[in-house]
Design a protein around this ligand. Structure first.
Ligand code: SAM
Length: 331
């Protein structure tokens, strides 16, 4: 890896707007926000979150969590992970108090890292439109489930417009993921954590994830450790080089989904520049606010989907966060 990156390229993690939001927002306000977020698909998380927002004992415990660990999703996933009695009320409160040491350790040691194979319903048809076979590098790959478009061909439940190609017709010659904390799906606790991150009531996501974990376990995708905040140009460059050595004839694609939002704004631009520097194709699936220049070319986002999918900076679809619903755009 080159050490020629200029000083100042390393960007402090605590600069991110998202981290500050979780670190600084009062617990009742955070949980009221999360109740709104979960209202549409997870009535149980909505109810539990509203209850937590009014529960002084839990407020004290949760408020003492460090920084980003105050993210409601982490506490709620930990409750599922340990099979807590999930109805709002005294029983749940007492259970949390009794198990707090264990819950706290899990919340602190396990970041969110939701890995959503449903996004392949959008990524697959775009990848299939490129010359085959493909060599895929995913940035922020979590457990690497989105690296399996050939082994997990998915269709969105609800799609309008014409997809760029048939997502079932693609072949992958080489695949590689990078993550600051790669998840090993051969471990039972990792699989249980990934399942715990899905909100109760979202049965379609639970089914998809269970299937994807089964398929992935037969031949787990390789995800290496690497931090996109540390010299992204050198990191992405060396991984692309590695892929090109493994599959010299393949179309090299650097992809990322719901990852750039975790980086400070300046680092996002550095990562995008790093991808451009490799000469590989660039496939992005991100919240429109994270890619404003790309989203501006995509017109008005539908009410149900504020995520934009784009190839080489050209928007191709609006999507719901988990690929459930897609509007394909005319090229
Ligand atoms: C929400 S998950 C998305 C995973 C996958 N791309 C998907 O769509 O299902 C975001 C991933 O980005 C990773 N990540 C966040 N910041 C990172 C960084 N600075 N360097 C490398 N990976 C990072 C997280 O560890 C996490 O696994």
């Amino acid at each position: 890896m080159s050490s020629a990156t200029p000083p100042g390229t390393r960007i402090a993690r605590d600069e991110t707007r998202v981290s500050r939001f979780f670190a600084e927002t009062p617990i009742p306000e955070l949980y009221r926000w999360f109740a709104e977020e979960t209202r549409a698909t997870s009535p149980l998380w909505e109810a539990v979150s509203f209850w937590i927002a009014r529960e002084p004992t839990l407020e004290r415990l949760l408020d003492a969590l460090p920084g980003e660990a105050r993210q409601p999703n982490r506490f709620l996933a930990a409750l599922r992970f340990y099979d807590a009695p999930l109805q709002p009320g005294e029983t749940l409160r007492d259970w949390v108090v009794e198990h707090w040491a264990q819950l706290r350790a899990t919340i602190i040691s396990r970041p969110t890292q939701t890995n959503e194979p449903g996004r392949l319903a959008v990524l697959g048809p775009i990848l299939a439109s490129l010359p085959q076979p493909l060599a895929l590098l995913e940035l922020g790959a979590s457990a690497g489930l989105c690296l399996l478009p050939d082994r997990l061909p998915l269709r969105p439940v609800d799609a309008t417009g014409t997809p760029p190609a048939d997502g079932r017709r693609l072949s992958v010659a080489a695949r590689l993921g990078v993550d600051r904390n790669p998840l090993d799906i051969t471990r039972d606790d990792t699989r249980r954590w990934l399942r715990a991150l899905v909100w109760p009531g979202e049965e379609d996501r639970e089914r998809r994830l269970a299937h994807a974990l089964e398929v992935a376990a037969q031949d787990p995708p390789e995800v290496v450790r690497g931090d996109l905040l540390e010299h992204p140009e050198a990191l992405v460059g060396s991984l692309v080089e590695d892929l090109r050595t493994r599959a010299p004839e393949a179309t090299c694609v650097v992809m990322h989904s719901v990852t750039l939002g975790y980086l400070p704004r300046a680092a996002r631009a550095e990562v995008i520049a790093a991808i451009a520097g490799t000469g590989a194709r660039w496939l992005a699936f991100e919240d429109a606010r994270v890619l404003p220049e790309v989203a501006a070319l995509a017109g008005v986002a539908p009410e149900w989907g504020k995520f934009v999918a784009a190839l080489d900076g050209a928007p191709l679809a609006w999507s719901q966060a988990h690929g459930r619903r897609v509007r394909w755009l005319s090229p």
